[in-house]
Write a protein that binds this ligand. Structure first.
Ligand code: PDD
Length: 278
């Protein structure tokens, strides 16, 4: 398996990051994850735009232009012969003696890898998954795609231990988002409900494409907060992410959503998304 680290493509076992990297010491960095279908990057421009924003918010200079990032991603996909899966990359503030203040002379560390995985025909995506709800314990700038993922690690582990595949995080009774996905419900009248963008959630790229597709398809959108109870009573529920696209949610906290089977709106959106990405 070949990865990219600071300008070189090399076997993963040879890719070493220095002990004092601020990503390791402070979680001082940001990341991106992009889906790959039929060997092509899905929505790459939008991911690079979000990367630029994340870097700017924490004042790390962007080491590459969009064209350079794209070339690196494509080369890594090609070198790993990957046709379907996920490209991950992160940028940290670099290597410096441990001190909270920004170092004056560090260069950002850039690490990128691929994970082969089936997305279009994933069985869970056809059958639907279970989620549990947990308190959202994260910081107040969730719009930045920070590599600090401790709250999400704990939330998703709790989900796994409860026999579920994702955790929906809840603040003041309202669902914020999934541990690594955006959360949606469909009302009995057939409209899609999703939380509006703010500092409380990550601006999901799959979310953005899905909303655009839905608008073009004539589906009614409600960008507003929704409660856990509203999700329990919904006609359908689903999640979106770059690594899974559109996945039906068929149980929430052990209760079946409607009849506990993927609903028609979710199925249609999954189909539309796969067509767009292919
Ligand atoms: N997670 N919300 C959170 C908290 C996320 O971590 C993610 C993505 C999303 C969905 O965003 P997008 O559609 O741009 O992938 C929403 C990635 C896939 C991960 O951490 O693996």
């Amino acid at each position: 398996r070949i990865v990219f680290l600071n300008g070189s493509f090399l076997p993963i076992d040879e890719a070493k990051v220095p002990f004092m990297d601020r990503g390791f010491m402070f979680g001082d960095g940001v990341y991106e994850g992009i889906g790959v279908l039929n060997g092509r990057l899905v929505d790459n421009e939008a991911h690079l735009e979000r990367l630029e924003r994340s870097l700017k918010e924490i004042q790390i200079p962007n080491p590459y232009s969009r064209a350079e990032w794209t070339r690196l991603e494509e080369e890594l996909v090609r070198r790993n012969n990957m046709t379907e899966g996920f490209v991950y990359f992160q940028v940290t503030r670099g290597v410096a003696e441990r001190d909270f203040f920004f170092p004056t002379d560090a260069r950002p560390t850039v690490a990128m890898f691929t994970q082969a995985k089936s997305i279009a025909n994933a069985p869970a995506a056809e059958a639907g998954i279970s989620v549990i709800t947990v308190p959202d314990m994260r910081w107040e700038r969730r719009d930045i795609k920070s590599i600090n993922l401790l709250a999400q690690v704990l939330a998703k582990q709790a989900a796994k231990e409860a026999g579920a595949q994702e955790a929906w995080m809840v603040q003041d009774g309202y669902v914020t988002e999934g541990g690594s996905s955006s959360a949606f419900i469909v009302t009995k009248a057939g409209s899609i409900v999703v939380r509006p963008l703010s500092n409380a959630i990550l601006p999901g790229i799959t979310r953005k494409s899905l909303l655009q597709m839905s608008r073009e398809d004539g589906i009614v959108l409600e960008e507003r907060l929704f409660t856990v109870n509203e999700a329990y009573d919904a006609a359908e529920a689903f999640l979106t992410s770059a690594s899974n696209f559109v996945v039906p949610v068929v149980r929430i906290d052990g209760r079946p959503v409607a009849d506990g089977k993927p609903g028609p709106v979710t199925k249609r959106l999954r189909q539309l998304y796969l067509q767009m990405a292919a």
